[in-house]
Structure formats: structure tokens, C-alpha cells
Ligand binder design. Structure first.
Ligand code: SAH
Ligand code: SF4
Length: 368
């Protein structure tokens, strides 16, 4: 029986889920067993999300509940996005003294060395923002959940600068894995019986070695499986991708294409890099190639300066596109982003009212 036990909890997106699996792989390699109760663990690791204020508050709530109890000598570690943001680091440093270790998403493979350094020094260890494991550090394979679904990270980071978003700072610049390594991993997953392979990245379509070519290469692997991918930024998504989706049976007819708003004013203020008409053109092209397309999107309500007219442009875009599903978010000002400096102008009640109208409109369209 293993004499050390670990508890890993993941908040937020699929990228964090994949990080949680990588982390569990490293911990298994170190001889840890896993416990479903933080109270029984020698090591607690939280993979944090900080994309919206609410997500950050959820992390603090969890850290608060970990302040008391627990095994003597227990280590509490936080990775994911929060430790990459100066304001969140300060809050953790000041208000949660029982957190012993903060480390970066790029350092998961270095966890054994980080834990040794922590034990040797007996002091809290907060590694620098953006820290990376040395390139020669070999990580054991991720410890994945049972199938049929398997996450495969193909790239991380973001080179865009949407004015509301912390991801480029939290995850750093884009880094793509080699097509050879990805193919090797997908082959092994298919051989192990996984039938739904999710290719993940903050912007999968800006994968450095060509995303359509990667899809084609992976779709050529023998076996019964489907490929899905997310997230696609509309400005990087074009005909070549849709051709591959149409011609490769193994690529599922699924596209998550966040639009954020139907108003050109808002798209400009958000620095999204496309107009409403360009977005609609991309959707038409996608559907021309893949008629059965399952199309989903993200919308932000209440961005600074959003007028009733801007909001109605979002509602009319929903009517025009008819998404299969929507992920809707109330705008959350994030410290250090350009949008955080903009005056809001909308009351909480107005934002909530718009949010409810948006949900209603989508519900009506989904059931029509
Ligand atoms: N790379 C992806 C999105 C990553 S974040 C893309 O460009 O589409 C996931 C979603 O969270 C975003 O699409 C956006 O809708 C939402 N989001 C990000 N920052 C936000 C903020 N400050 N307030 C509200 N929603 C936000
Ligand atoms: Fe954030 Fe924009 Fe990058 Fe998406 S593309 S992660 S919304 S900055």
C-alpha cells in the first residue's frame, strides 16, 4: 500500500482538466495513492481557474475550508491560472498562510523537485510567474479518467489580446506540441479503447504546425474513434479546416466558435479581431461544408459601454445563427486587463436583466 496520499481538485476549463490528469500522472509516478477526501491527504493540489471573479472567489472559498483540520504536516499547493496573476498571488500570500506551494502550469513535470525543495527549506515556495519545467524533465503519462473521452492538449497559451481576458497572462504565449508526439499519444489512446479524443488548446486553430494538417494526420490513424477540438478563435478558422471536417469521417461535425457579442462596437472594444459580418461569413462557410454542424459559442453580457442596441445586436445574431448551445457569461472586470479600466455604465440589475433575456432567447431557439 502506498504510504502517501494526494487529493487533486480541478476548477474551470478542459485545459485544467488535462492539467489535473498530467498532475495525477506525476503523483502516481512518485508513489502517491489518491484519496477523495482532502482531510485524509498528505498533499492537496488545487488546479485553479481565474478567468472570472466568481471562479477566483470559489478558489478562496475552498482554500478557506482547508485552513483547519487536515493531516499534520500536510502540504497545500495551488497551480493553474490564479498563481500566474499578481493580485491573486498577493491574496493567497496574505490571506491563506496554510498554502505552502504555488507553481505554474508549465511546471507540472517538476513537481517532485518542487516538493523536495519545499521539504528541504521548510519555507513557503512560490515559483515565479510563467515558470517552466527544464526541457529535459520527462513527465510520466497522464492518469486519465476512464473512457470513452480522453483529453489531449495540443497547444497552450494565447497570443491574442482580448481586452477583458486574463488568459494570455495566466497561460503565457502560445506553445504547440509536435505533431509526432501528439500522434503517438492519440495512437496509444485509441489502442487503449478511448473513442472520443478531444484536442485541446486555448486557440487550437493557431496550432503552430497547422491545425487542419494535424486533424488530417490524426484522422488517418486506424481504429474506431472520433476527434473533437476546442477552442477555435473565429479569426483563425477558415475553409481548409472545414474541408478537413467534411472529408474526414473521424472528425466530428462539432465546432465551438466563441463570438462574445453580435455588435461591431463591442467586438472592437473587446479587440476580437473580426466583425459580425465576418463571423456570420465563417458560420455560413462552415455549414456549407459541414451541413450537420453542431455549433456552440460563448457570449459575454454587460461588457463596458454595451448599449441596449449593442445587446439587441447579440440577440439578433442568435436568431440568425441558431447555435445548438451557448455558454453565457456576465462580464467580470479582471485586474490588469485593459477593459478593467473602462467605466461600466450599467447597473447590476440591468446586466442581470440582459442576462435573463439572453438565456430566454436561446432557450426559445433551442426548443423551436
Ligand atoms: N480562447 C477562448 C476562450 C477562453 S476563456 C476564445 O477566445 O474564445 C472562455 C470564455 O470565458 C471566453 O470565451 C469568454 O466568453 C469568457 N470570459 C473570458 N474572460 C471573461 C471576463 N473577464 N468576463 C466574462 N467572461 C469572460
Ligand atoms: Fe482570452 Fe481572447 Fe485569448 Fe480567448 S483569444 S484566451 S478570450 S485573450
Amino acid at each position: 500500500m502506498a504510504d502517501k496520499s494526494a487529493y487533486v481538485e480541478v476548477f474551470g476549463c478542459l485545459q485544467n482538466e488535462a492539467d489535473g490528469e498530467a498532475l495525477r500522472g506525476v503523483l502516481r509516478g512518485m508513489g502517491y495513492a489518491f484519496t477523495p477526501a482532502a482531510a485524509d491527504a498528505d498533499l492537496v493540489v488545487l488546479v485553479s481557474c481565474a478567468v472570472r471573479e466568481k471562479a477566483e472567489q470559489r478558489l478562496y472559498g475552498r482554500l478557506g475550508s482547508l485552513a483547519r483540520g487536515g493531516k499534520p504536516g500536510r502540504v497545500v499547493a495551488v497551480c493553474g491560472c490564479a498563481p500566474q496573476l499578481p493580485a491573486a498571488r498577493d491574496t493567497i500570500r496574505r490571506s491563506y498562510p496554510h498554502v505552502n506551494l504555488l507553481f505554474a502550469p508549465g511546471e507540472i513535470a517538476s513537481l517532485p523537485a518542487l516538493l523536495s525543495a519545499l521539504t528541504a527549506s521548510g519555507e513557503r515556495l512560490f515559483t515565479p510567474i510563467g515558470a517552466q519545467a527544464p526541457p529535459e524533465t520527462a513527465a510520466p503519462p497522464p492518469l486519465r479518467a476512464a473512457g470513452p473521452k480522453a483529453n489531449v492538449s495540443v497547444m497552450t497559451g494565447c497570443n491574442n489580446a482580448c481586452s477583458y481576458c486574463v488568459v494570455p497572462r495566466a497561460r503565457g504565449p502560445e506553445r504547440s506540441r509536435s505533431p509526432e508526439r501528439i500522434e503517438e499519444e492519440v495512437r496509444a489512446l485509441v489502442a487503449d479503447g478511448y473513442t472520443e479524443i478531444w484536442l485541446l488548446g486555448q486557440n487550437v486553430c493557431s496550432y503552430a504546425f497547422g491545425f487542419p494538417a494535424l486533424l488530417r494526420r490524426l484522422a488517418a490513424i486506424d481504429g474506431r474513434f472520433a476527434l473533437r477540438f476546442m477552442t477555435s478563435h473565429p479569426k483563425d478558422t477558415g475553409e481548409e479546416l472545414f474541408r478537413v471536417m467534411a472529408s474526414c469521417e473521424k472528425v466530428a461535425p462539432f465546432l465551438h466558435l466563441p463570438v462574445q457579442s453580435g455588435s461591431d462596437n463591442m467586438l472592437r472594444a473587446m479587440n476580437r479581431g473580426y466583425t459580425r459580418e465576418e463571423y456570420l461569413g465563417t458560420v455560413r462557410l462552415a455549414r456549407a461544408h459541414v451541413p450537420a454542424l453542431n455549433l456552440t459559442s460563448d457570449i459575454i453580457v454587460g461588457f463596458p459601454g454595451e448599449s441596449e442596441e449593442d445587446f439587441c445586436a447579440t440577440l439578433s445574431l442568435l436568431e440568425e445563427v441558431r447555435f445548438n448551445h451557448l455558454f453565457t457569461f456576465l462580464y467580470s472586470p479582471r485586474s490588469g486587463t485593459p477593459a478593467a479600466a473602462l467605466p461600466c455604465g450599467l447597473s447590476a440589475a440591468e446586466k442581470k436583466g440582459r442576462f435573463a433575456r439572453l438565456l430566454d432567447a436561446q432557450k426559445r431557439l433551442e426548443s423551436a
